[in-house]
Write a protein that binds this ligand. Structure first.
Ligand SMILES: [Zn+2]
Length: 101
């Protein structure tokens, strides 16, 4: 419901809502070096990247990663990447494959 309303408001302004894949590792990926911390537990609010040493607050790190991934998807779409689709409702996302459904 929230996503539908947000997409509607953005479409009104000539913008699109970019939907990042639900399995994108936003919390576990270091926004500095892109290392994926597979050991990160749900209750850990802060963690240090074992590769670059950056200390992350879980939610803030996820925000940076989601923003960056959204920008990448948007740039791919404007570049004509046919693996992405914009719905009539104004939501940009990767096309669903049969295996993902
Ligand atoms: Zn790192």
């Amino acid at each position: 419901m929230f996503r539908t309303m947000l997409a509607y408001k953005l479409k009104d302004q000539g913008k699109v809502l970019v939907k990042v894949d639900r399995f994108f590792p936003s919390s576990k990926r270091c926004c500095g070096c892109y290392h994926i911390n597979k050991e990160l537990e749900l209750g850990e609010r802060y963690w240090r990247c074992p590769v670059c040493g950056a200390v992350h607050y879980r939610d803030k790190n996820a925000c940076y990663n989601l923003l960056q991934e959204g920008e990448i998807l948007l740039n791919r779409w404007t570049g004509g990447d046919s693996a992405l689709i914009l719905t009539p409702e104004g939501v940009l996302s990767a096309k669903k494959t049969l295996s993902a459904e």
